[in-house]
Design a protein around this ligand. Sequence first.
Ligand SMILES: [Zn+2]
Length: 225
Amino acid sequence: MQLKLLKSIVEILTNKQSAMIVDLLIGKKDVNEFLIAKKLGLTINQTRNILYKLSDFGLVSFIRKKDKRKGWYIYFWTLNITKSLDLLEQKLREELGRHEVQLKSRKEKRYYLCKTCNIEVTEEGALLNDFICSECEEVYQLSDNEEIIKKLERDIFRLNKEIESISEEKAKEEEKIEDKKVKKSKRDEKKKKGKGKKSVKKKPARKVKVKKRPASSKAKKKKKI
Ligand SMILES: [Zn+2]
């Protein structure tokens, strides 16, 4: 599911061919751009253009390393799943908004159609032209709003489902990130405890300092003398 969603956002922003990039980046970190180009069957410049575009939207990030032999930089790319899902959700919500506006309008207003030109106008537009098409002079016919309303309602249902599944995927992703954080803090805790033990071992060193004290007091005494 996640793969499909991530591909659809890349497809919206670039094209269908570029969406394959998701297959190469998902579940991986710092993927060599030459490997991506090879797998996509594109030149390195074509590949970079896609990746730069996706990085403008924050969907991918990169690190670069200098190739010591050739002297140029190689970029290594990582997919930002949360950001990609956010952007996809935003796009779908915009589409949903447009559909809802259309649905409301179809329920409230009448539209007229010239079947010859396949041009639709609002009732006001049709009235202005005495219900005659300005292009071909054919008489306008009332549009079948019912069919359009059914289609819009189906699309709205589908969009809501998709947005719902994105929310689920986002929750899963956040859980993963949270898990990683917990694991990391546990590791850090262990390290700290490890250091704690070391500092316990260091205690005898303090005794050494204690031993030094009489020496310093001797020194002071010497000064006094
Ligand atoms: Zn016409």
